[in-house]
Design a protein around this ligand. Sequence first.
Ligand SMILES: C[S@@+](CC[C@H](N)C(=O)[O-])C[C@H]1O[C@@H](n2cnc3c(N)ncnc32)[C@H](O)[C@@H]1O
Length: 173
Amino acid sequence: MKWILPLIALVWQSHDKPPERAAPYYPTPPVVVERMLRLGELRKGEKLFDLGSGDGRIVIAGAQKFKARAAGVELDKGLVAQSRRSIAKLELQSLAEIIEGDLFEQDYSDADLITVYLLPVTNIRLSPVLEKKMKRGARVVCHDFEFTEWNPEKTEVIEDEEGRSHTLFLYRR
Ligand SMILES: C[S@@+](CC[C@H](N)C(=O)[O-])C[C@H]1O[C@@H](n2cnc3c(N)ncnc32)[C@H](O)[C@@H]1O
């Protein structure tokens, strides 16, 4: 029975571990949001995930303009509440939802398109996770920071409303 205590400690620690904060909140400008979804070839009825969905702007654009089934994953309770309020105000609940939780822990097996605006160090950890979780043919669009282990199918550079330059990368699993 000597193994019981270490086992309980291990289970306890793994439950207690807070999710990794993968990036600070920094929103994608609206013109870039639209371009990300176009580059990702998002179509009506497809499943979109935005990993770290912030105020929900990518999820909302995916549901409103592209008629996709859009989900955001967000850790920050305030941003979760704000984005859920926006979705309700726009009456998009049948197409759009926000999952409160850790983006590393979700099921992406039905994703057609995943959008990512996180940090380079996070992308290094995330790419093998997505490789395991995504179906063949699914697409990923990254904003500014690429997945260094993958080869992009397309790269685009665009300017936002304030003349700042943004790089987008399209990958296909
Ligand atoms: C750079 S912002 C991008 C926001 C939004 N995707 C956009 O492009 O406008 C990154 C977001 O990821 C969220 N985040 C950071 N770590 C996370 C985690 N482990 N799980 C879920 N969300 C996370 C942050 O709270 C923040 O809202």
